[in-house]
Design a protein around this ligand. Structure first.
Ligand code: SAH
Length: 249
């Protein structure tokens, strides 16, 4: 599995909580599953004029600024390939370079699982590099030359790729071997079998006069399983009817 995730960004601080908090933080700290390192590469360190030299006005005019391909290349070559001791000629054999943008493949449960299989399964060897766009985006020539995969996390525009990259890492990590305490729980969650999860209850047995459905305390596992499945179908019909498959209609 990927041993290292590099993130090329204008705002490395975004990733501090990702490395420290929750189950994903535990993976990056080596407390859960196979250890994966996360290292941020600060783009202004690779521009002669620091923060100010990273972007420039778009050719052809128009609003905003575009991130320069040469600066992003410097950050990739100096900050990742050389620093990480990857082959300067054949780095593509060791690294997959991922960008996020509205044009990308839509990030869904399916894309997420296949991404996790490619990068977080034990027999997958490539490390990952994420490029976080900012401003109006990045020079097309950098995308053409260096980017292997592009993902879009939804049909709306973010101010930068950092939050998209965090969503991708967090959701894919849930399918990585050993990262979740209970590997079955990811497969029980919403979107599996194209259904939402059933409602869940815990103590107290009575809350503000509302009781837990009696079947859940019946001890009859067959009945409980049937209740869970029926509720999944009911919840999906109610909240996300677009997900429902024919056999559940
Ligand atoms: N001008 C661009 C938007 C730039 S937003 C356009 O109209 O398409 C700045 C950066 O945020 C983008 O380069 C991209 O990396 C990231 N971004 C914005 N929306 C996103 C989304 N829905 N999914 C993933 N990344 C996104």
């Amino acid at each position: 599995m990927a041993k290292k995730i590099w993130i090329i960004t204008m705002f490395p601080n975004f990733f501090t909580p990702l490395k420290e908090v929750g189950v994903v933080g535990q993976v990056f700290q080596g407390l859960r599953g196979d250890k994966i390192d996360l290292e941020t590469v600060y783009i202004p360190d690779y521009s002669e004029r620091g923060f100010k030299g990273v972007d420039s006005a778009p050719y052809g005019g128009g609003p905003g600024m575009v991130m320069r391909a040469d600066i992003l290349k410097n950050a990739l070559v100096e900050g990742v390939i050389k620093k990480g001791n990857y082959s300067e000629e054949n780095f593509k054999e060791e690294l997959s370079i991922v960008f996020t943008a509205p044009r990308g493949k839509v990030w869904s449960n399916e894309t997420c699982k296949s991404f996790a299989k490619n990068y977080f399964a034990s027999d997958s060897a490539k490390d990952l590099v994420f490029i976080c766009g900012r401003y109006e985006g990045i020079d097309e020539r950098f995308i053409e030359k260096y980017i292997d995969e592009v993902y879009c996390i939804g049909d709306y525009v973010l101010s930068g790729g950092e939050i998209a990259v965090m969503a991708i890492i967090d959701s894919a990590m849930r399918f990585s071997e050993g990262a979740l305490g209970n590997s079955e729980s990811a497969l029980e969650d919403s979107f599996e079998q194209d259904l939402l999860e059933h409602p869940q209850y815990t103590r107290p047995a009575v809350f503000d006069g509302m009781e837990v459905p009696a079947v859940l305390s019946s001890g009859d596992h067959k009945k409980i399983e049937k209740w869970k499945h029926d509720k999944k179908v009911e919840m999906t019909k109610l909240w996300r009817p677009n997900l429902i498959k024919k056999e559940n209609k």
